[in-house]
Design a protein around this ligand. Sequence first.
Ligand SMILES: Cc1cc2nc3c(=O)[nH]c(=O)nc-3n(C[C@H](O)[C@H](O)[C@H](O)COP(=O)(O)O)c2cc1C
Length: 395
Amino acid sequence: METTNLSQTADQRRSREPLYQPLTIRGMTLCNRVVMAPMTRGFSPDGIPGADVAAYYRRRAEGHCGLIVTEGVAIDDPAALGDAGLDEKDVPLLAGDAPLAGWREVVKGVHAAGGRIVAQLWHQGVLRKPGTGTHPEEPTISPSGIWGPLGRMTSIAADKIPADPKVGEPMSEERIEQAIDAFVRCARNAIDVGFDGIALHGGHGYLIDNFLWEGTNQRDDRWGGDRVRRTAFAVEIVRRIRAAIGEDRPILFRFSQWKQQDFRATLADTPEELAEILCPLADAGVDVFDASVRYFNRAAFEGSPLSLAGWARKVTGKLSMAVGGVGINQGVYDTGKKAAAVDNVELLLDRFEAGEFDLVAVGRAMLGDPHWARKSRQGEAIRAYDAEVDLRTLT
Ligand SMILES: Cc1cc2nc3c(=O)[nH]c(=O)nc-3n(C[C@H](O)[C@H](O)[C@H](O)COP(=O)(O)O)c2cc1C
């Protein structure tokens, strides 16, 4: 097994303790600021997370990860899930007796190990290839039936990119209601089985993001228009989830500038534009903004070194979470070099201690080593992420 000891001697090493301070968000108290990023794994046949999935998440809690955000869990909408270009299979569900019983065990294990866990609610929106998934007969849904502009830098395989960007019809008012209801129903299910809160997948070109981005939302009714109007769908989901789950449980909201359809897409080109999108969501009940970027320390806008998580915190006054390249030398989707472990926690601490963000999500490095949080704190050798092994098995 390849391990990398990147630690310095104890007295050379800068203290990482600031990252290991507790944080209370509504009724949820985390023992530290290290979060497992949401990562689709595909080990839940028939949508049911089994004992292996429970053990996989429990290992991260045992490794002192303060909060786990589950892999994307399909909401109870017939068009939520299909082939979205990433070879998705065996994605877990959040409705029905067997999936919910499975999640109950997952949560129990994480809690027994002292961890906290929130469920990431996911609807693939326009990225679901029509005719695929659990209900192949169901049309793919999106605000305007538009996949997005073609010919952009994309992570979608060439044979999965539609020839015509018009892939369906705009969602009707009834269909929008139906999708919102499914989000709310699944949020309630998540809380019923013991999850500590809700995470919404509002990025990467999936359904919620389809409404936020003008490349996929060209409506001129109450669900579209300028930036603020394009938040209406997300705001309604957050508002109704908040009403359904009460005041005690946090809501995390993931957003991204980039889309799988267009890596260079932006929702906002200035902090003011970012505020137009995030402030209505903050008002609706979001507690933590999870700014999905590929490198946590990239400047979000010209003229300031602040990251997107930093700006999210600054413009909303809410908590924010950084992610992207923590403990690993390449951004997700970079193919040029082999992933290797790197100790960049000091760079992270510079920003964290300056108050730029409140939480730090670790993705692939946490797949490589379930005890990443504990070992990074103590300067122990960390097992490096190996895609060949770590994506094929529940290590
Ligand atoms: C295998 C894999 C699956 C992922 N699945 C999801 C997902 O279900 N939901 C999501 O919001 N992001 C997903 N992501 C993105 C990660 O949450 C994270 O933002 C990204 O990997 C960057 O963090 P890292 O550099 O620490 O790996 C996935 C990433 C990987 C590597």
